[in-house]
Design a protein around this ligand. Structure first.
Ligand code: FAD
Length: 322
């Protein structure tokens, strides 16, 4: 059975992996093989944080995301770091931390001493926080490139020239094209991010800062690099980061540790998250086409579960067919 996966963002590559692992012949078509600059996936933080996300997301995000870290680890051994998430608030925003706690589970409250043990560089700077010990993170770009390479090595074909394949020869099409979908129900939510480099700060895990306008976080990437994200703007605009967003993200980083003030800004980027009105993802079948979309803030967290649902649909149908 031959399957065409359109789109090589996180949804498409996860689907291709799941289908190939179940013995189907897979072709992936995307002008940007392995998650390129057009993909929201390229700009993601890579947090696998189902409990933290519950602060602003519905319960299915927790349930669908709980096994994501195991799925990624099985797909690409060694790619997942299971160091948890630390949520911090400046003293003036202590009430906001309580509000965050009231909307989430899976954490322990931590004080100055525990924060210093977890993240020695933040020690004396914060008095209260929440530690979500079972959460994880990964490097999205490493994962996208490595997964595409692994799939190619295991026999999955990649097509970057979209005029070169005949989609009618496939038994199934899995459409994972994010914001490029013609589905009118999908909207874009612009997310701006920065990459900073400094050897004066070390972090072992994503740190989220309570912020009045949008959830700000800093994710360590290794090689003294940190991803600072991310704005949440109801817009499809893919243009460069605005001065205001840049100031807010840099202020947050500086608020976490003043040494970020001396960091090099090595990249700024903008991704457009595809979202349904309820901000929950969907796997929608129409004939022999299955669309996976609406991953919103949770592409790396929810793509494994969506890929499994799509693969189940195809295999259930095959098993039913005499
Ligand atoms: C700043 C930012 C931070 C984020 N942080 C996190 C995070 O920490 N954790 C998390 O889980 N999620 C995070 N997300 C969300 C996550 O990035 C998205 O949910 C996810 O990338 C959506 O993946 P996708 O594959 O559906 O779409 P995309 O990544 O946009 O991929 C779509 C692909 O389809 C291709 N395409 C388009 N049209 C066609 C066509 N006609 N034929 C073939 N291919 C086509 C495009 O080239 C692209 O490669 C973040 C997003 C942003 C912007």
């Amino acid at each position: 059975m031959e399957v065409l996966v359109k789109g090589a963002g996180v949804a498409g590559l996860a689907a291709a992996h799941e289908l190939a692992a179940r013995g189907l012949r897979v072709t992936v078509a995307d002008p940007w093989r392995g998650g390129g600059r057009a993909a929201a996936s390229w700009y993601a933080g890579g947090m696998l944080a189902p409990y933290c996300e519950r602060e602003s997301a519905e319960q299915p995000v927790v349930e669908l995301g709980l096994r994501a870290a195991d799925w990624w680890e099985a797909a690409l051994p060694g790619c997942v770091l299971r160091n948890g998430t630390l949520v911090l608030a400046p003293v003036r925003d202590a009430k906001e931390l309580d509000r965050f706690a009231s909307r989430t589970t899976g954490f322990e409250r931590v004080g100055e001493e525990s924060i210093a043990t977890l993240e020695p560089d933040l020690g004396a700077r914060f008095r209260k926080g929440l530690f979500f010990a079972t959460e994880a993170h990964l490097d999205p770009r490493h994962v996208l490139v490595s997964l595409a390479a692994k799939l190619a090595a295991s026999g999955v074909s990649f097509e970057t020239d979209l005029s070169q394949y005949d989609s009618t020869r496939f038994d199934w099409i899995i459409e994972c094209i994010g914001r490029s979908t013609p589905d009118k129900a999908i909207r874009g939510v612009r997310g701006e991010m920065l990459l900073l480099r400094t050897s004066d700060v070390s972090l072992s895990r994503p740190v989220r800062l309570i912020h009045p306008r949008f959830p700000v976080y800093i994710v360590p990437r290794g090689d003294h690099t940190f991803m600072v994200g991310a704005t949440m703007i109801e817009s499809d605009a893919t243009g460069p980061i605005t001065a205001r967003s840049m100031m807010e993200l840099l202020n947050a980083a500086y608020g976490l540790h003043p040494a970020f003030g001396e960091a090099e800004i090595i990249e700024t980027g903008t991704g457009v998250r595809p979202a349904y009105p309820d901000n929950l993802p969907r796997v929608v079948r129409e004939g022999r086409t299955i669309a996976i979309n609406g991953l919103y803030r949770h592409g790396f967290l929810l793509a494994p579960a969506m890929a499994q649902q799509a693969a189940d649909m195809i295999l259930d149908e095959r098993n039913r067919t005499p």
